[in-house]
Write a protein that binds this ligand. Structure first.
Ligand SMILES: [Zn+2]
Length: 62
């Protein structure tokens, strides 16, 4: 067995200066573009079925 220390991806997203939280030479998207498919499916389901409630609950009080 062998352990190897990996370096962090050194890419920052501007203008927020968010650092990518993945290792160097990671596959495709930086961490800010990686989406959990289960969370994404839940988000789509909520938007499709409860958009009225979301609008009601997130509007500013009069
Ligand atoms: Zn990255």
């Amino acid at each position: 067995m062998r352990f190897e220390s990996l370096r962090w991806c050194e890419t920052n997203r501007l203008p927020d200066d968010d650092a990518c939280t993945l290792y160097q030479a990671h596959a495709r998207e930086h961490s800010w573009d990686v989406r959990d498919p289960e969370t994404e499916a839940l988000r789509r389901c909520i938007l499709a079925n409860y958009s009225g409630w979301l609008a009601r609950l997130t509007r500013k009080p009069d």
